[in-house]
Design a protein around this ligand. Sequence first.
Ligand code: G
Ligand code: G
Ligand code: MN
Ligand code: NA
Length: 253
Amino acid sequence: LDMIRQLTRDFEAKKLQLWYQPQVDLVTEQIVGMEALLRWPTSDGCFVSPVVFVPLAEYSGLIIDIGIWVLEESCRKLSALSAQGYTGLRMAVNISMPQFRDPNFIDTVKNIITKFGVEPDRIELEITESVVMDEPQIVIEALQELKLFGVKVAIDDFGTGFSSMSYLQQLPLDRLKVDRSFINEITPGKSAFIAETIVTLGNKLGLSTIAEGVETREQASYMLKLGCDEAQGFLFAKPMPYEQLLEFLAAQD
Ligand code: G
Ligand code: G
Ligand code: MN
Ligand code: NA
């Protein structure tokens, strides 16, 4: 409870940060987009992990306001990147279940994207399988409407949740994110077979695929060989503040 109070205070004092992790095309290894990731700095120079504080924000309802800020900040940065000539980059934003339950969610998303003059197809909403299974009807309907508006939709941590394959049919999906647990032990074995099956499934359904948590050359070339489109992981770049992202982009030009 104390932590929720502290989080609320720090959010209101604008102390939360948004960091960005590049996503690269596996063939060219050029950056094609990034994922926006929350960071909560502590007074001693460390960070509280989102794995710890995002559930608290969900439980307390604070995630509604935080989520609005994350989307605004993401759109603000996309707009700034466009002004610098980076007009084609995509931004992936994580969405929690309570945000879908917010009756204003759909309008809020549309309004923010419009306000910042961002092309809707440059925003990708990331949802986990547990979000889909929690209240399928609400999530499917919201995503269908937002899809009509033009945003992209990705399933995060694919293969780790308990989801029904039938939702792959009902959800207006663009991308599967292969969970990092399947990339970890990429030597022939169960993980590698699962990674291969997810990429094949994505390809057959006409969805893009991205490998998460790629840390080694071997993992990158293995995923490329499987036909995976993109990758995100420490091999290419860690999550970083916006100023550092600009340097990363400039170094690549
Ligand atoms: O950056 P890190 O890998 O520590 O993030 C861990 C998890 O925290 C992510 O996988 C994601 O589920 C969650 N997370 C990070 N940023 C956000 C955010 O802006 N919104 C939501 N809902 N979850 C986030
Ligand atoms: O949304 P999601 O929980 O998938 O967020 C991705 C998380 O994975 C972030 O917390 C990010 O810091 C982390 N991450 C990104 N790339 C790597 C990687 O190559 N290795 C490991 N161990 N973690 C990573
Ligand atoms: Mn994610
Ligand atoms: Na993930």
